[in-house]
Ligand binder design. Structure first.
Ligand code: UP5
Ligand code: MG
Length: 188
């Protein structure tokens, strides 16, 4: 797959991943790969996996690795860019190990947006983009899955010194200032 530079944004639901990815794309020319957006597009395309993906998202559960990884690989191959930011993936240890063994690539670094559940809930409930998982019942399930399955991945990357933690409770512009500071040392 060649030499790719990529990093992950890996944080709770509603912490502002999508919002900051748009800023990073504009400022640094990365290609944004949102695993959630790819799964929603696959669901809406009438794919044979559509119903399964729809059910998993509505329950806040993690779609099997092979499905998500195939979509990410396809998106990586479809672009000429060699700089990627992967938003909302890997979501559990199995996702991470499978992606690394299939692609042979590891992130340069991982952005971790620290945000309280209260604030994330408030943002999700006021997003108003018609997402089937932005209701209080599913939001609670998403937090549970995040705490149980996703946080261990952050601990793994932390043990490798790859995590850059950002206070994501601040306004969008201030969060982006902190994001930019993370790019500075690596010359990104
Ligand atoms: N907002 C953003 N930043 C703000 C700020 N600093 N101050 C005030 N408001 C702010 O932001 C959410 C809302 O908050 C927006 O209205 C924004 O304006 C405002 P957004 O940037 O959209 O947050 P984001 O972190 O992207 O939230 P999202 O809901 O997309 O995160 P999730 O991780 O829940 O969603 P994702 O799309 O990644 O996954 C959805 C589901 O897909 C998962 O639950 C799972 O079922 C499935 N999935 C998999 O199975 N596998 C995968 O690998 C990925 C997803
Ligand atoms: Mg998002």
């Amino acid at each position: 797959m060649g030499t790719l530079f990529f990093f992950n944004l890996f944080c709770g639901p509603g912490s502002g991943k999508g919002t900051q990815c748009a800023n990073i794309v504009q400022h640094y020319g990365y290609t944004h790969l949102s695993a959630g957006d790819l799964l929603r597009a696959e669901r809406d395309s009438g794919s044979e996996n559509g119903t399964m993906i729809d059910n998993m998202i509505a329950e806040g559960k993690i779609v099997p690795s092979e499905v998500t990884i195939k979509l990410l690989e396809r998106a990586i191959l479809e672009t000429d860019n060699d700089k990627f930011l992967i938003d909302g993936f890997p979501r559990n240890e199995e996702n991470r190990a499978a992606f690394e063994s299939v692609t042979g690539i590891e992130p340069e670094f991982v952005l971790f947006f620290d945000c309280s559940e209260e604030e994330m809930t408030r943002r999700l409930l006021s997003r108003n983009q018609g997402r089937t998982d932005d209701n209080i019942e599913t939001i609670k399930k998403r937090f549970k899955v995040y705490m149980e399955s996703s946080l261990p991945v952050i601990e793994y990357y932390n043990s490798k010194g790859k995590v850059r933690r950002i206070d994501a409770t601040k306004p969008v512009e201030e969060v982006f200032d902190a994001v930019k500071a993370c790019f500075a040392p690596s010359g990104g």
